[in-house]
Design a binder for this molecule. Sequence first.
Ligand code: FES
Length: 174
Amino acid sequence: MAEAKKVREDALAVPRRRFEKVNEIIARHGKSASALIPILQEVQEEYRYLPEEILTYVAMVMDLPPSTVYGVATFYVQFSLEPKGKYVIKICDGTACHVRGSDPVKEAIRKRVGLKNEKHTTDDLRFTVETVSCLGACGLAPVVMINDQIYGQMTPDAINVILDKILEEEGDVK
Ligand code: FES
């Protein structure tokens, strides 16, 4: 029994050092199953997505079946198993935004950040562009959200000004 515990401790030693930030998060929330969602939320804030190896590690440390942790991570739309950019741009394509011209705004964004085909995230992991169904600010349609900031009455020109400012702050004027 003690031997098995020792083997398990050894197996955890290297990842423990590697996932120091995750350990801090787990230590703050505790290891009860009810802490899993807040833990995953904080892990995602830290990494901007939920890397597979971290999900496995969280399961191991919390003594939960990996299928439980993966199940939660894939069930809630707030969680992403894909890497996301530093700037997550959500374009509303709900009815109000659509009829007031969200499509050209979306095209302008994708062009400005250099996204082609079906891709949602730029290769440099700076921008993720997503379409959502309603951002709850229909009176300001068409609406774009960049990280936590809402921008209303967007036009291709207006969004380009905002993106230019971000790119300038990033030291990258394209
Ligand atoms: S439809 Fe776009 S914010 Fe509601």
